[in-house]
Structures are given as structure tokens and as C-alpha cells.
Ligand binder design. Structure first.
Ligand SMILES: Cc1cc2nc3c(=O)[nH]c(=O)nc-3n(C[C@H](O)[C@H](O)[C@H](O)COP(=O)(O)O)c2cc1C
Length: 205
């Protein structure tokens, strides 16, 4: 493993729970691959534009669209982000749950990398990904429970990522969760202990 693409989708920067969890995952990967390089894509410190007219038209095979006034167009961003993804041997995504699903900044990233004719092809059998598979580690934090008997909310985050990432060829998905972080310090300590056990089991040689 030569390089890891680290995507962080929390507004809370380094105080973020999902970011901290993703750092624990990266630390485990570094243990196994000491010379691995990290490429960081912080979706809050450098927000991506939403897809623009030209990009939406190009993807729906319509002509036209005014050239982007200044800076990178959506198509330029898409090329760059797809290149970053192609170059990665592993991907680590840090994401909180926002309103039952992924934060809008992560959705914007997905809209740029899930691209017909580039990262997937539409076939009579359905969408077929074109990216080489590689491990994707997803660190998820949530204020409440989002899975299991104690969940009192729907979870559109994990099922969504389990559907959209394989669409582009990324099937080797590993989820790690910190749940119920808004339920007080005992719950947070328990969540941290549970995820540390999971990490130790997963990365045990
Ligand atoms: C806009 C917004 C929406 C949220 N929606 C949910 C939600 O639907 N379910 C939930 O359990 N927590 C929700 N939360 C709480 C966060 O998931 C929780 O605080 C998480 O630990 C934050 O992780 P972070 O520190 O990585 O940003 C929401 C927080 C924000 C800011």
C-alpha cells in the first residue's frame, strides 16, 4: 500500500469524532505500511462546488452550458477528484450522520466521483463500476443510535454508502461506528471502547 486518500466530511475539524476515529484507522494502516503516504481531502476547509449546469448536462448527455465564470468548473473538479481516487490504494472516509444520511459536503464529493462513462457504465444489467477495487474504511459518528435495537431513527447513511460506492467499483467496504455520542459521557466512553475492540479485531494480524 503506497497511499491513502483521507476524506473528511465533518465541520468540526480536528475535534470531530469521525475524524478522530478515522485517525485511529490510519494509525492502524501505518503500522502495517509504515511508508504509506496520506493525501487529505477536507471537504469543509476546501468546500466543493455543487455540480453545475455544464456538468449536469454532460452527465445526462445534453449539449451546452455556459462555461464556468472563474475557477475550476464541476467537470474540472470531477476529473481531479476521480484522479485522486484512482491513485489511492486505500480510502478512509470520516463522516458524521447528518439528518439520517451523509453530510451534504460528502454528497457533493460523491456527485463528482460517481460519473457515467468514467467511473461507471450503464449496461442492460445495471450500473457497472470501472474503478479498481481497494479497501475503503468508513468512520461514522452519530449523536444517536443508528443501528441495533436501540436505534430510534432511520439510517440512510450506511445503506447509501453500501449502494453507491460499489456502483463505481469500490466493494471492499469496512464500517466502524461511534454511536450515541449525544447520550452522555458514559455512552461516549462505551462507544469508544467498543470501536477500539472492533479496530483491534479487524487489524489483528
Ligand atoms: C446538521 C446536523 C444533523 C445531525 N443529524 C443527526 C442525525 O440525523 N442522527 C444522529 O444520530 N445524529 C445527528 N447529528 C449529530 C452528529 O452526527 C454527531 O454529533 C456526531 O458525533 C458528529 O460527528 P463529528 O464530530 O465527526 O462531526 C447531527 C448533527 C448535525 C450538525
Amino acid at each position: 500500500m503506497k497511499n491513502i486518500l483521507h476524506i473528511s466530511a465533518s465541520a468540526r475539524a480536528e475535534e470531530s469524532d469521525s475524524y478522530r476515529l478515522s485517525q485511529q484507522i490510519i494509525a492502524q494502516l501505518r503500522k502495517a505500511y509504515p511508508s504509506v503516504q496520506l493525501v487529505s481531502r477536507d471537504l469543509w476547509s476546501e468546500p466543493l462546488p455543487h455540480v453545475d449546469f455544464q456538468y449536469a448536462n454532460a452527465l445526462s448527455r445534453r449539449e451546452g452550458g455556459a462555461p464556468h465564470a472563474r475557477g475550476l468548473s464541476s467537470l474540472d473538479w470531477s476529473d481531479l477528484l476521480i484522479e485522486e481516487l484512482r491513485a489511492a490504494d486505500a480510502v478512509v472516509i470520516a463522516t458524521p450522520m447528518h439528518n439520517f444520511t451523509v453530510p451534504s459536503v460528502l454528497k457533493a464529493w460523491l456527485d463528482h466521483v460517481v460519473r457515467i462513462g468514467v467511473t461507471f457504465n450503464a449496461t442492460p444489467e445495471g450500473k457497472v463500476g470501472t474503478l479498481r477495487d481497494r479497501p475503503v474504511y468508513i468512520a461514522v459518528s452519530s449523536g444517536g443510535w443508528r443501528s441495533g435495537e436501540r436505534a430510534r431513527q432511520p439510517d440512510f447513511l450506511e445503506p447509501y454508502l453500501r449502494a453507491i460506492l460499489p456502483t463505481i467499483g469500490l466493494k471492499d467496504l469496512h464500517f466502524f461506528s461511534l454511536q450515541a455520542l449525544a447520550a452522555g459521557s458514559d455512552a461516549t466512553t462505551a462507544a469508544q471502547a467498543a470501536v477500539e475492540l472492533e479496530l483491534a479485531r479487524h487489524f489483528a494480524v
